[in-house]
Structures are given as structure tokens and as C-alpha cells.
Design a protein around this ligand. Structure first.
Ligand SMILES: Nc1ncnc2c1ncn2[C@@H]1O[C@H](COP(=O)(O)OP(=O)(O)OP(=O)(O)O)[C@@H](O)[C@H]1O
Ligand SMILES: [Mg+2]
Length: 505
């Protein structure tokens, strides 16, 4: 008898339906598996055989043919264990086929028949929904993640015996019911509150503007000035994610296998701070089974690169295209893969190797050549993509020992939220989520200037020898500054603030 079971392959974040066809026919025992399976899928048969036997079910001793269709996409990993097992059970008439028809099965089997966690359940559930399937059978521990997609019956499967009993109609598995209220938001965890950071008011303002519109920031200053501290406090002022954004981010973590077991949905914007020794694929993504890199794990959140010049320049250059497009393309032998990577870059560096160039108190010991070499490690095109350049000077003793607390992060976050709300209203019905997402055409539409504004930008472009990109970035930044002020129009003062964040040559 021939059985057909629906399962799924993942290419990047996209799911594609895979039909697992199992044919059991009379003849001498043999086994054929076709349809571009990789070795992990071939090994699957051995796991299925042992799991069936250890569950008290039969592995047919006749001719067995397994086909994974469509044949032109590569089937990877162990997620086909469960659909293959179900196919064998149906084809050898050990369970009824009715419920199998409009269901999707995924899961890895242990030798004892228990079903193990697999990565990527959320995009798989989204595909099942999109394709109009009714039921999804997943590893029990992945059920909360699958249940994020509504309109599907999610069955948490502990082991193969339980699934067989369900399909035989003997003991039904109760569908998963989420217990958690996903709209209830726990407070974000962060390293420091703005209130505890003394002085540096202009840096805090710059970070507020950056958070409000999703802009990139570079902080330059001497050792111990508080750059790392300031960057690590940014999560405390980031706006909350919409449910859509949270699902996007969760998909990436799901596919990367990095979803914390007790959190089906990632609700806080990611804050990724990779060390400067990170490899190219680690930052950008890739590998044998392509995984999202740090720039995708930071999607909708912050990528913090501390000690920027210490990073491999070749690795840093790879940021250029994703910073512009919000996606990263990874070439593979079987085609190109795309992961989203719309992050806000926060970078920090010293002005020179010794760290004290330009410091009013301590003298810099670097030669001019050494300073030039150090600063050249960051390429012009990369710097051009950073909207906000801000100096972080040393804090003096008096400010540091001042007991008064500054404005708390919660108050800053409120302003950021209001500015984001204006952006959400502005961009309703488009693919844009914040000002930083705007492309040149959007800038023309949403960032109109009056005559005096135009005159100011014209003068600044000449004086600062700005690129066309810098021009667009200034307008987007000015839009955010206007949003923070609750103003529909971009005033000259908003533009002036945006311009002074550009680097001086
Ligand atoms: N403005 C500040 N208010 C309160 N504490 C501060 C401030 N600046 C620095 N500190 C203290 O100094 C420590 C070092 O600061 P931080 O690591 O952020 O410096 P940095 O600018 O990153 O230096 P480096 O260039 O060496 O990396 C902080 O952990 C904090 O205890
Ligand atoms: Mg530091």
C-alpha cells in the first residue's frame, strides 16, 4: 500500500511542503530511499526501525520504497523521522490514514521512540497555516512555539507509541492550548539604567534619537569614559516590538536553534554583542547547514560592536550590503539564501591606539601615522552608513561623585515609544516600520523640507562634502528628531541637530 504524509523543508526562513511517500509491497525485504536526502535523512531509517521496534510496532519485512518530493530540493537533518515513521505505519496498515491527510508531521526520533526537539518549528507552522492544513504534529516541547500561529490544531507528541495510539483512535492526544498570555510583557533585562550614568547628556540624547528611529551610532572616546556602559544600557530605552516584529525575530531564533526552551515568543528586541574575534560566517551567517549570523540574530534590535577597529576589516565590510538592504544573501551550492538583518548598529572605539587622542587631560602617545592607520581600519563606506557620530569625553570627578540621579530610562523609553507610534501611523499599510527603514523614494515622500531647511542642507552638503547617501540619512534622522518633538513638520532645528551628528572631516 502507498501512504502519503506531509512534512516540510526549510530554506533559510522559508518552509516548503515535502511529501513523504512510503510504499510497502510484497517481495524480498529491501529498502530504497530517493528524493535528494542527505546522510542525516538516510540515517533516519535506522532510527525509525529501532524506534518502531522499541515501541512494540512493526517495521515491515517486505519491499519498502520511500520518496521525498519534490526531488529538486535538498532534504536535510533529522526532522523527517516522524513523517517517515507515520508513512510506514499507514502503508503497513498499522494505523488509519484519515487523520494523516490534512496534517503536517515533523520531529526527530530517539531510539526508544521518544520525540525530540527540532529547530525551525515556527516557520514550519506558518507554512502549514498558509497551505491550509488543519493539524500539526510536533515534538511536545515545541508545541508552545507552533501554537504562536493561530488557526492550527497543534498536537504535542511525546513519543511514537502515543502518536500511533492517537492515529489508531485508541487514545487521543489532546491538542495544545497555550496557557500564557502573550500580550503580557515582562520588563526587559538590561545592564544599567540611564539614571545611573553620570554626565554624558549629549550621548544619552544621541542614543535616544537612535532608538527612536532605529539609526546607527558610533561612539568615540578615551578608555573608561563609559562607552560600553552606555551601549549596554540601550535595551532599557528600546521601544517594544509589535507582535509582527516579535514573530519575525522568533522565526530567526527558531531556525538558529537558539529559542530559549521556556520562551516560545521573543518579545524584547535582541541585543547582540559579538566579540571582535568573531568569524565571517559567525557575523554574517552561513556554514554547512546555513545558520543566521549575528546580523540576523540582531534583526529588529541592536548589534553592538565594541572596540570596532579590532574587528577583522574584511568581516566588517560584509556589513555594508545588509546595512543598506536589511537582508543578507548567503550563497550556497544549491542557490542563494536570504535572512532578514534589519538591525541598529551601535559601535564604540577609542580615537587612537593609546586611547587618549584629543583628551584634554592625558597626553596621547601615538604617532600621527599610527593614529591614521588605526582610524583607517574602518572604511569610509562603513562610516558613511553610520548616521550618528558622537564623542564620549571623560567624565570629570565632580559629575561622577554627584549623588543626584539623572532621568531614568523609563522616562526616555516613553518618549521613544511616542516617536515610534508616530512612525507606525505614518507607515501604516507599507512595509516600513521605522524611519531608518526608509529608502530614497520614501525619503522624498515623507521627509519634505521647507525653503530654509533646503538652504541649510545645501550649505551643509557643500561644507561637509557629503555623499548622496549621507543626504538621505540626514533627512531620515531629522524626521526622527521631529517625531521625538511630536512635530509633523521637519523644522530647521531638527535638521541642524541631525547635521551635527555627521562626522567632521
Ligand atoms: N558616566 C559614567 N557614570 C557612571 N559610571 C561610569 C561612567 N563612565 C564610566 N563609568 C564607570 O567606568 C566603568 C568603565 O566604563 P566603560 O567600560 O563603559 O568605558 P569605555 O568607554 O567602554 O572604555 P574602553 O574604551 O576602555 O572600553 C563602568 O563600568 C562604570 O563603572
Ligand atoms: Mg569599552
Amino acid at each position: 500500500m502507498l501512504a502519503k504524509v506531509t512534512s516540510c523543508a526549510l530554506i533559510g526562513l522559508e518552509g516548503i511542503l515535502v511529501q513523504v511517500e512510503v510504499d510497502v509491497s510484497h517481495g524480498a525485504p529491501s529498502l530504497t530511499i530517493v528524493g535528494l536526502p542527505d546522510t542525516a535523512v538516510k540515517e533516519s531509517i535506522e532510527r525509525v526501525r529501532t524506534a518502531l521496534r522499541n515501541t512494540g510496532l512493526h517495521f515491515p519485512r517486505t519491499r519498502l520504497t520511500i520518496n521525498l518530493a519534490p526531488a529538486d530540493i535538498r532534504k536535510e537533518g533529522p526532522i523527517y523521522d516522524l513523517p517517515i515513521a507515520v508513512g510506514i505505519l499507514v502503508a503497513s496498515e498499522q494505523v488509519w490514514p484519515q487523520e494523516v491527510e490534512d496534517s503536517l508531521f515533523i520531529g526527530e526520533l530517539s531510539l526508544d521512540g521518544s520525540v525530540r526537539h527540532i529547530p525551525g518549528v515556527l516557520p514550519i507552522a506558518a507554512l502549514a497555516r498558509q497551505e491550509g492544513l488543519r493539524r500539526l504534529f510536533v515534538p511536545a516541547m515545541d508545541a508552545p512555539e507552533a501554537a504562536l500561529v493561530d488557526g492550527l490544531e497543534v498536537y504535542p507528541v511525546e513519543n511514537l507509541g502515543q502518536l500511533a495510539a492517537h492515529l489508531q483512535g485508541l487514545a487521543r492526544i489532546p491538542p495544545y492550548r497555550p496557557t500564557e498570555d502573550l500580550t503580557a510583557l515582562p520588563p526587559p533585562a538590561y545592564a544599567a539604567d540611564f539614571a545611573d550614568i553620570k554626565g554624558q547628556e549629549h550621548v544619552k540624547r544621541a542614543l535616544e534619537v537612535a532608538a527612536a528611529g532605529g539609526h546607527n551610532v558610533l561612539m568615540v572616546g578615551p578608555p573608561g569614559a563609559g562607552k560600553t556602559l552606555l551601549a549596554r544600557s540601550v535595551p532599557s530605552i528600546l521601544p517594544t516590538m509589535t507582535l509582527e516584529e516579535a514573530l519575525e525575530v522568533t522565526k530567526i531564533y527558531s531556525v538558529a536553534g537558539l529559542l530559549p526552551p521556556d520562551t516560545p515568543l521573543i518579545r524584547h528586541r535582541p541585543f547582540r554583542a559579538p566579540h571582535h574575534t568573531i568569524s565571517y560566517p559567525g557575523l554574517v551567517g552561513g556554514g554547512h547547514w546555513p545558520r543566521p549570523g549575528e546580523i540576523s540574530l540582531a534583526h529588529r534590535g541592536v548589534l553592538f560592536l565594541d572596540e570596532l577597529p579590532e574587528f577583522n576589516p574584511h568581516t566588517l565590510e560584509a556589513l555594508r550590503q545588509p546595512m543598506e538592504d536589511g537582508i543578507v544573501s548567503i550563497a550556497r551550492s544549491t542557490g542563494t539564501l536570504v535572512f532578514p538583518s534589519r538591525f541598529m548598529l551601535i559601535a564604540a572605539m577609542n580615537p587612537c591606539p593609546c586611547g587618549y587622542y584629543g583628551d584634554p587631560v592625558r597626553e596621547c602617545t601615538c604617532s600621527p601615522a599610527a593614529i591614521a592607520r588605526y582610524q583607517k581600519r574602518i572604511s569610509g563606506p562603513l562610516l558613511d552608513r553610520i548616521d550618528i557620530h558622537v564623542e564620549v569625553p571623560r567624565v570629570d570627578y565632580q559629575k561622577l561623585t554627584d549623588d543626584r540621579r539623572g532621568e531614568p530610562s523609563a522616562a526616555v523609553r516613553e518618549r521613544v515609544e511616542r516617536a515610534r507610534e508616530m512612525q507606525r501611523r505614518r507607515f501604516a499599510g507599507t512595509h516600513l516600520t521605522c524611519n531608518a527603514d526608509m529608502g530614497p523614494t520614501d525619503v522624498r515622500e515623507y521627509c519634505r523640507l521647507d525653503e530654509s531647511g533646503r538652504a541649510l542642507v545645501r550649505a551643509a552638503m557643500q561644507q561637509l562634502q557629503m555623499s548622496a547617501r549621507a543626504f538621505h540619512r540626514i533627512l531620515k534622522l531629522a524626521r526622527t528628531i521631529a517625531d521625538l518633538a511630536g512635530s509633523d513638520r521637519i523644522e530647521t532645528a531638527h535638521l541642524a541637530e541631525a547635521i551635527q551628528y555627521r562626522p567632521r572631516k
